[in-house]
Design a protein around this ligand. Structure first.
Ligand SMILES: Nc1nc2c(c(=O)[nH]1)N[C@H]1C(S)=C(S)[C@@H](COP(=O)(O)OP(=O)(O)OC[C@H]3O[C@@H](n4cnc5c(=O)[nH]c(N)nc54)[C@H](O)[C@@H]3O)O[C@H]1N2
Ligand SMILES: Nc1nc2c(c(=O)[nH]1)N[C@H]1C(S)=C(S)[C@@H](COP(=O)(O)OP(=O)(O)OC[C@H]3O[C@@H](n4cnc5c(=O)[nH]c(N)nc54)[C@H](O)[C@@H]3O)O[C@H]1N2
Ligand code: SF4
Ligand SMILES: [Mo]
Length: 743
């Protein structure tokens, strides 16, 4: 007998509500949940393959523990014994920083990934933290930290109400959006056009998104910060800057105008390969639109001036009065956000509080660059101990980060490594212990991360659609036990981890004069929490303390887990609303338009005015049916146009003697790879494109299907030395490469 169950899709940032068909314990179909308050029935091909992703036979069912060099199936007890025995001696002998933690992208797609890594890091006290953020959006965090005093205060474009959208280095028709959570992003762009709005896309490739645009500007990769600086320059020069209601909340406008003096459209045109008239037109259109939003993503972040480009995106929104107004770019307010404090000066954002041991990279948001992970393991210095033990959670840096070959060797040299991962893949094959989480249908879901980036305030929670299979352990429990094993409390009740967090959080809340529970007894509050388990009680607590919460009775209509469970399709909390100055945590209490670290980085941008790459540069691309490195094992999601080919413009192909379909050798600073050429004029001349996440040809993995079409690892072309200096983010786009046809 089949039944249906609701499950929020964890396969990309759009967070669509799915209706799963379940036969016994197997998901046999997935369709869009038409009653979902946010996604209203939308589904994409990846979501439709939820059942195949969920039931992939290569998913690990039991823990693996290395014995005599071989990873073998083991019991959970043996696995956690091995974790405790592996990590504790390293901490005791070499100190906490010798234990590295690597957190990958799926942590933002799981309940466990939101609730437990912060506890692990707090308890370990290590500074050796590396995450997927530094191969992704760290420039945006740094820019927000400096502008607003809060690295997580990221404005999102008001897709459904804007009159003019300027997309930079984003391809939501393939990615379904990022740092802008919007189920059916493509439909929302079409609606923008249908209501008479305009769409402009800046991308060196004529993507599916670019084809939808009213204007597509095929910029030279890596030059966006220059183009955006020139647009801001035009706003000042032509007296188009109009902050409107923002003016009292912003400082540094005059200083900014002076700092951008050199960046005229004529001065940047050569480096951008965009003519000055077009740049002026982009600025004028932005200023003239009744409302407008500038939005930048991967192509604007993973470049040498990623922080400056990310900052300039917000600068343009601010100068045109579009920040924090409907139709512009606004700060969402999620249901699990902390109790909003009253507006006023905050503690500000600090960068570089410590530095990486080998190359001296400054920390950003408590993290060191993922590009520096290999050297932090394989290089001894007088500065301290190398990383000798590693905890990797949902991370595959061997494919996702620069120079996987070096990282491969470094991981092999570790005293101990544990991976929390459903697959034995390029990274987890190096672990001494692999702890496999259950498939998504057996896990609960709430979008702690993405609701803070959503184009509409809403809240949804789905319990596991299918009960845990015998022998499985919830990922939340795996993480709680891992924390205990890593911090000297091996064998304690995992519920103690949640209880401790509840006690600490409520203890703080009752002392906070702005909290709805100020002055109450934390034990009385803890006793009121509902939920079947620790993570549910923590969700209940966060909802009740949050901006829409019931305040444990203070606002009886407010949110709680109980109310959320009574609304299985979610609760709509309304459109994005202006919030300034409340979100600001800068020392001045204002938006600090020209922060010192940014001003200090402008000379480097000025130096780029004269730069013209003389050879080919590489950019990435995403395919709708893929997701980073871990979905190539699903037959339904591979094949067709989802292939690891090198896109090359016909003019370049002709000049270099590259034939369509023939193998080409691509050489970069970190190594070389071979891929079949796909000659296409969707890339601009001078640019070639390879997707990332491929290269499934390493031994010792269990990815049966992926190994049959392994593709090439584009990140082997990088040596890890190219970074955006302020954020430590890897440069993944606009990288110089040399091609030779394979004969
Ligand atoms: N050249 C180039 N490189 C890039 C990019 C690019 O555009 N170009 N993009 C970068 C970006 S944006 C990102 S975010 C990174 C991603 O980098 P990573 O996070 O390292 O890679 P992913 O492939 O997302 O998956 C990480 C791991 O999570 C595991 N996993 C899947 N589901 C779960 C789960 O529910 N629980 C747990 N514990 N594990 C799970 C997978 O098996 C996989 O091993 O890659 C970056 N690398
Ligand atoms: N289908 C699918 N969806 C995904 C993912 C996936 O792997 N597959 N990954 C998820 C993740 S982790 C993330 S972070 C998001 C990313 O979401 P997006 O940022 O929308 O992803 P991309 O498709 O990589 O789009 C980046 C675009 O930038 C362009 N570009 C490259 N260099 C430059 C440059 O210098 N300047 C400009 N202006 N453009 C440039 C590229 O040609 C590309 O079209 O997608 C998420 N969704
Ligand atoms: S768009 Fe993203 S969240 Fe929605 S169904 Fe597709 S993969 Fe899932
Ligand atoms: Mo990402």
């Amino acid at each position: 007998m089949s039944r249906t169950a609701l499950r929020i899709c964890p396969l990309c940032e759009a967070t669509c509500g799915l209706t799963l068909t379940v036969d016994g314990t197997r998901v046999t179909a997935a369709r869009g949940d038409r009653e979902d308050v946010f996604s209203r029935g939308f589904i994409c091909p990846k979501g439709a393959s939820f059942g195949a992703v969920d039931s992939d036979p290569d998913r690990l069912r039991t823990p693996l523990v290395r014995r005599d060099g071989e990873l073998r199936e083991a019991t959970w007890e043996e696995a956690f014994d091995a974790v405790a025995a592996g990590i504790r001696p390293v901490v005791e002998r070499y100190g906490p920083h010798a234990v590295g933690v690597v957190l990958g992208n799926p942590n933002v797609h799981t309940v466990a990934g939101a609730l437990y890594p912060p506890v692990l890091l707090g308890a370990l006290g290590t500074r050796s933290l590396f995450t997927a953020s530094t191969v992704d959006q760290m420039p945006k965090h740094v820019s927000s930290g400096l502008l607003y005093g809060d690295a997580n205060a990221i404005p999102v474009p008001d897709l459904d109400r804007t009159d003019h959208l300027l997309l930079i280095g984003a391809n939501p028709l393939e990615s379904n959006g990022s740092l802008c959570t919007a189920p059916d992003f493509p439909g929302r762009l079409k609606a923008l056009k249908a209501r008479g709005g305009t769409l402009t896309v800046i991308d060196p490739r004529r993507t599916r998104t670019a084809r939808l645009a009213d204007r597509h500007v095929a910029i030279r990769p890596g030059a966006d910060a220059l183009l955006l600086a020139a647009m801001a320059h035009v706003l000042f020069e032509e007296d188009l800057a109009a902050l409107g209601a923002l003016a009292p909340h912003v400082e540094g406008v005059g200083e900014l105008a002076a700092a951008l003096g050199d960046f005229t459209p004529e001065a940047v045109a050569g480096a951008c390969d965009v003519d000055a008239a077009t740049i002026r037109a982009l600025a004028r259109e932005l200023a003239a639109a009744p409302t407008a939003a500038v939005y930048g993503r991967i192509g604007s972040c993973t470049v040498p001036h990623g922080t400056l480009a990310s900052w300039l995106v917000d600068v343009l929104n601010i100068l045109t009065g579009n920040l924090d107004r409907p139709g512009g770019a606004l700060f969402p307010q999620a249901a699990t956000d902390k109790t909003p404090r009253p507006a006023g000066p905050g503690r500000g954002f600090a960068l570089g509080r410590w530095r990486s041991r080998v190359s001296g990279h400054p920390e950003a948001k408590g993290e060191l660059p993922l590009s520096a992970l290999a050297e932090e393991i394989d290089t001894a210095t007088d500065e301290g101990e190398p990383v000798r033990a590693l905890v990797a959670v949902a991370a595959n840096p061997v494919l996702s980060a620069p120079d996987g070959d070096r990282l491969d060797k470094a991981l092999d040299s570790l005293d101990f490594m544990v991976s929390v991962d459903p697959y034995l893949n390029e990274t987890s094959r190096h672990a001494h212990v692999v702890l496999p989480p259950p498939p998504p249908a057996q896990s609960p879901h709430h979008d702690f991360a993405f609701n803070t980036l959503a184009v509409r305030n809403q809240v949804r929670y789905t319990r596991p659609a299918v009960p845990l299979e015998p022998g499985r352990m919830a990922e939340t429990e795996i993480m709680a036990r891992l924390i205990l094993a890593a911090t000297g409390m091996h064998g304690a009740d995992p519920a103690a981890v949640d209880a401790m967090v509840v006690e600490q959080t409520l203890g703080k809340a009752v002392q906070d004069p702005h909290s709805p529970v100020h002055g109450r007894d934390p034990r009385e509050l803890a006793a009121q929490l509902t939920g079947d388990n620790g993570p549910e009680r923590r969700l209940d607590m966060m909802l009740r303390l949050g901006p829409y919460g019931d305040g444990f009775g203070a606002r009886p209509d407010g949110l709680s887990l109980r109310l959320l469970l009574a609304h299985p399709h979610g609760i709509d909390l309304g459109p994005l609303r202006p919030r300034l100055p409340q979100p600001l945590k800068t020392r001045s209490g204002k938006v600090e338009l020209l922060p010192e670290p940014i001003a200090g980085d402008l000379p480097r941008l000025r130096a780029a005015l004269d730069r013209r790459p003389d050879g080919l540069v590489l950019v990435g691309r995403r395919h709708l049916r893929s997701n980073n490195s871990w979905m190539h094992n699903i037959p339904a999601l591979t094949g067709g146009s989802n292939r690891c080919t090198l896109h090359i413009h016909p003019a370049d192909a002709e000049r270099l003697g590259v034939r369509d379909g023939a193998a080409v050798r691509v050489k970069g600073a970190g190594g070389e790879v071979t891929a079949p050429a796909e000659v296409t004029d969707t890339v601009r001349p001078g640019v070639v494109s390879l997707p990332h996440g491929w290269g499934h040809d390493r031994p010792g993995t269990r990815l049966t299907h992926a190994a049959t079409v392994p593709g090439a690892n584009v990140n082997q072309l990088l040596d890890g030395s190219l970074l955006d200096p302020l954020s430590g983010n890897a440069v993944l786009n606009g990288v110089p490469v040399v091609l030779t046809p394979v004969t």
